[in-house]
Structure formats: structure tokens, C-alpha cells
Design a protein around this ligand. Structure first.
Ligand code: FAD
Ligand code: SF4
Length: 507
């Protein structure tokens, strides 16, 4: 008889995962499941499906080699849900208890909570120790605070974990935050950017590619060429390559966007971090060991992982389930079809969408200030926008996707996460990218059919949501400009926006 059945989910692929800590090979068993519902509850990018299934199969094979007894359900022979598949195996092996690490998503936690009743055995949900800040600690930090600001949280984490702080608790280099120095556009004369390390699919990955082609051919995105790491060793090589070749310029060009340069100096590690092939503590330790890197880049990168990533997870568990239901601006427009096809004449959108279709990747500013900004100022329904982001990126899991999209990008939470909506006109995009020079639209024109749609949609957004936003002190300049606007100009903005929004419905 089996004592503990240890269930390992597809985003828990870390050798140090807490559920394996007290595992006894003679009397416990591991269960890993590829199930249809998880692969299809949104229209996941095909490359994301290959990443998760291939990484799971590699992880299982590695555990087997180390003598762990393991049951593995592959997608071609598996049930619809975790619960159905688990019930099937429990009937055969009759474990005394289920052990599982706390899942990343609220939806999955609700499913797990029902297992005790269905299986009539205890279910132990143990803490995920891969994060710097656990859920309870974040709740305590949040306490009765009026505002849950990332910067305050981040400083607390730096001090607590003694990262980039002196012995007296002061920030190394004298500042907590080097953001102002990190907003450079990539100059034309910039030398060639180092190429990202890509991996050839091995036997296991090739089989997964066949399985995904067979079962999920209608899903979003290009399946091949597939180049992601699918093991901890290969993901580690990507981390090393990033530290060696791209970390130094990560900070200064963090916000830059360039046509046909998908990755720039970004790490492209989120998909490995989010499924457990890399662990945040390991990544930060390695980065801190690197000598002769500017404080702007080191701090900029540490802030993303120790600050943003942990804070976003904290907000998710602090606010769910009500968080996903809010719609502060009452935005109701449908997500335009071009989000799925990339067929639009807005060159910035086309570039970001094209690379999303090809590689299930776009960097933060592309997600926030191009596709996200457009969906905010075009008044698109938050649920449809969130489903899109959850589908199309290889790193998208609800705990990290939802606060970033619903909160940071759409301000649909009314300001729990951000202090103001990240709305921007074409001017910002032109400043930070080279997209505008090859666009059908004219970024300098403010009105009429040739004007950049971001220009009039931007003002239309503030005119439409004036009552909800005009008392926000961070928007003082925006609304003082609106006060100075003539009636005719306002009317023109409304007309241009209305025409454009009707026109994109037809594409
Ligand atoms: C609308 C929107 C949706 C997003 N959805 C996701 C998502 O589903 N999954 C996801 O991991 N990230 C998401 N992000 C955050 C961020 O865009 C990605 O983490 C980042 O682009 C991944 O690329 P990278 O590994 O090259 O990151 P880098 O720019 O190299 O940053 C380093 C690491 O920091 C972490 N990080 C940076 N910013 C954030 C952030 N805002 N939230 C959480 N972690 C962060 C990531 O782990 C990332 O790998 C989203 C951002 C926006 C604006
Ligand atoms: S002109 Fe407007 S739509 Fe075209 S690339 Fe620039 S910002 Fe995008």
C-alpha cells in the first residue's frame, strides 16, 4: 500500500520542490498528469504547450533515473481534468494521503480543495518555498495598509534578504531605484545585440511536438521552430548566457523597442522561472556574483524578480477571487481579431503581435505600452484582454498574468496595483522605438484618417473616464490640458475614435 501520493504539477518542476523533501522512495509515489482541460481552458500558444509538456516529461525522466517511483499520464491517454485522472489512479494504488505543493492558480486551488471529499483521504497542501515571500507574509505586510505599493514592498524585501544593502540597511550605490537612468532609446549606431541561446528539440521534445500537432493544431501561434530550454540544465545555460552577454545593458535599454529585435537585452527567463526550471533565489544569487556590472543594471534586474515578481504574486493571492471580476472603467469593447492574427496597419502593434505569434514572447514594455496600452485606451473588456494574455505568452500563468494585465495595464482594479493608468499616445511609442517610421499612420498628426490612432484614442480615454480620474493628482497635467481644449477639438477626438473603433470591428 502506498503511503503518500505526491502530485507534482506542470509549473512545479524544481528538484527542490517542497513536496519531495520528505519523500520516501520505498513507500511513496509521484503522480504527474498532462490533462486536456489544463491545456485548453484558454487558447494556449502551441509553443507554451510544448514547453510545459516537454519540461514535465524531462523532469519525470530525470526523477526516474534517480530511483523515484512515478506514474506519468501523457496527454494522448489522459483524462479531461486533474481530478478525473487522480481518481483513476487512486482506485488502483489506494494511497493513504495526497501531498501537493500550493498551486500557482486560484482555479486549481479550488479544484484541489475538493479532493479530500471526493477521495476520502487527507490532502496536504504545502507551502511553495520557491518564492522569497510566502503568501502569509505578504498578507501580514499588506495588513491594513491603505496603499500596497511595490516600491515599499521591494525595499522591505531588500532589507529582509540583505540584497544590495549595506550592513546598516542602506541601499548599495546610495539609491533604492535607478529607473530614471534606465529609460534609454536604442541608438541607431548601437552595435549588434548578442544572440539569444536557442536549443534544438531532442527526442522527448520532438514527440511532444507531434502530440501537440495532433491534439491542439487549432491553438494560437507558431509551433515551429521550437527553441526553448526544457530542462533545468539548459535553462541554466540561458541564465549564464544572459549574465555574460546581456545583463550589463539590461538596465539602460529595459524600456527600448526596436523592429525585428525581439529580445534586446532582456533575460527571456520568465518562462523557465514560472515552471520551476530556474528558481528566483538561484537567479538572483548568480546575478549578484557577477563582477563589474553597473549598479543600474544589477538593481534594475533584481527589482524585477525580488520586487515585481514577488509583489505581483502577493497581490494575486491577497485579492483573489474578487480581483478578476472588477471593471473600473466599465470597458466593454470586444478584443479586435487582429490580436490573434497580427493583421493591422499599426506598425507597433503588428511588430509586437507578429513576434508573439512566432515566439510566445514580447518584453515588458511591448506588453504594457503597445498591446496593453491599446487595449486600455480602446476600452476593451478586461476579461477578453486577460484571456488573450493568458493564452499567448509562454510565461503566462494566472497568478502573474492577471495582476499585470487587469491591474497594472488596464487599471481595471481601480488602482490597487498602480497609481494611475499607463495610457500613452503615439509620442511615447515614437520616443522609445523605431516603429513609427515604417507605419501607415503619421505619429505627428493628431486628427483625421492618417493620424496615429494612439493619439486620439489617448485623449478619448481621458475624456470618457474624466469623472473617475480627474481627481488623481498624478493626472493633473493631463486634465489641465483637457480643460484648455476647445469644444471642436474634443468633438474631433470623439469622432475619430468612434470611426476607428467601428472600423476595427470589421477587420
Ligand atoms: C500585460 C502584461 C502581462 C504580463 N504577463 C506576464 C505573465 O503572464 N507571466 C510573466 O512571467 N510575466 C508577465 N508580465 C511581466 C513581464 O512582462 C514579463 O515577466 C517579462 O516580459 C518576461 O520577459 P523576460 O524574462 O525577458 O523579463 P526581463 O525583462 O528580463 O525581467 C526579468 C524577470 O523579472 C520578472 N519580471 C519582470 N517584470 C515582471 C512583472 N511585471 N511581473 C512579474 N515578474 C516580472 C520576470 O520573471 C522576468 O523573467 C506581464 C506584463 C504585462 C504588462
Ligand atoms: S504611428 Fe502610431 S500606430 Fe504607427 S507605429 Fe507609431 S504609434 Fe504605432
Amino acid at each position: 500500500m502506498i503511503e503518500n501520493l505526491c502530485v507534482i504539477l506542470g509549473d512545479q518542476l524544481s528538484q527542490n520542490i517542497a513536496s519531495l523533501k520528505n519523500f520516501r522512495k520505498e513507500q511513496d509515489k509521484i503522480l504527474m498528469m498532462e490533462v486536456v482541460n489544463e491545456a485548453s481552458y484558454v487558447n494556449h500558444h502551441k509553443k507554451k504547450l510544448v514547453l510545459v509538456f516537454s519540461a514535465m516529461r524531462h523532469f519525470a525522466e530525470n526523477l526516474k533515473k534517480q530511483g523515484y517511483p512515478i506514474i506519468y499520464s501523457k496527454i494522448d491517454n489522459s483524462s479531461n481534468t486533474f481530478t478525473e485522472e487522480l481518481v483513476k489512479h487512486c482506485k488502483n494504488i489506494k494511497p493513504k494521503k495526497i501531498v501537493i505543493v500550493h498551486p500557482g492558480e486560484y482555479r486549481v486551488l479550488q479544484e484541489i480543495k475538493k479532493w479530500k471529499k471526493i477521495l476520502k483521504i487527507p490532502v496536504s497542501i504545502i507551502e511553495d518555498n520557491r518564492f522569497f515571500c510566502n503568501i502569509d507574509e505578504f498578507q501580514k505586510w499588506a495588513g491594513n495598509k491603505k496603499e500596497l505599493r511595490m516600491e515599499t514592498f521591494y525595499r522591505m524585501m531588500r532589507k529582509k534578504h540583505h540584497i544590495l544593502v549595506d550592513d546598516d540597511g542602506k541601499p548599495q550605490g546610495g539609491k533604492w531605484n535607478y529607473d530614471v537612468k534606465n529609460r534609454k532609446r536604442l541608438p541607431k549606431s548601437h552595435p549588434k545585440i548578442p544572440q539569444l541561446l536557442e536549443h534544438r528539440p531532442d527526442r522527448i521534445t520532438n514527440q511532444v511536438i507531434i502530440d501537440v500537432k495532433k491534439k491542439f493544431s487549432k491553438h494560437f501561434g507558431d509551433l515551429e521552430p521550437f527553441w526553448f530550454a526544457t530542462t533545468n540544465q539548459d535553462a541554466m545555460k540561458n541564465l549564464e548566457e544572459f549574465i555574460e552577454n546581456r545583463l550589463e545593458l539590461f538596465g539602460p535599454y529595459e524600456d527600448a523597442m526596436v523592429q525585428n529585435e525581439k529580445f534586446l537585452y532582456h533575460s527571456v527567463l520568465s518562462m523557465y522561472l514560472n515552471i520551476g526550471l530556474l528558481e528566483p533565489k538561484q537567479v538572483i544569487n548568480k546575478v549578484l556574483q557577477k563582477k563589474n556590472i553597473s549598479i543600474e543594471s544589477i538593481e534594475g534586474f533584481v527589482r524585477q524578480i525580488l520586487g515585481w515578481r514577488e509583489y505581483i504574486r502577493g497581490i494575486y493571492w491577497h485579492e483573489m477571487p474578487k480581483y478578476s471580476k472588477t471593471n473600473f472603467f466599465n470597458a466593454k469593447n470586444h478584443l479586435p481579431e487582429f490580436y490573434w492574427t497580427g493583421k493591422t496597419e499599426m506598425n507597433c502593434m503588428k511588430n509586437c503581435l507578429k513576434q508573439t505569434i512566432q515566439d510566445a514572447y514580447a518584453h515588458h514594455i511591448q506588453r504594457l505600452m503597445i498591446t496593453g496600452n491599446f487595449s486600455l485606451i480602446a476600452g476593451i473588456d478586461p476579461k477578453q484582454v486577460c484571456d488573450w494574455y493568458l493564452s499567448v505568452y509562454a510565461d503566462a500563468f494566472e497568478w502573474v498574468e492577471l495582476p499585470n494585465t487587469h491591474g497594472m495595464t488596464l487599471y481595471a482594479d481601480g488602482g490597487i496595483l498602480g497609481t494611475k493608468p499607463y495610457a500613452a499616445s503615439g509620442n511615447y511609442i515614437n520616443k522609445m522605438s523605431d516603429y513609427c517610421k515604417e507605419c501607415k499612420y503619421d505619429v505627428k498628426q493628431k486628427e483625421g484618417k492618417d493620424a496615429c490612432p494612439f493619439n486620439y484614442l489617448y485623449w478619448n480615454f481621458f475624456l470618457t473616464n474624466r469623472e473617475k480620474l480627474e481627481n488623481n493628482p498624478r493626472l493633473w497635467t493631463t486634465f489641465s490640458n483637457i480643460k484648455k481644449m476647445s469644444k471642436e477639438r474634443k468633438k474631433q477626438i470623439k469622432n475619430d475614435s468612434k470611426k476607428f473603433l467601428i472600423q476595427i470591428k470589421k477587420i
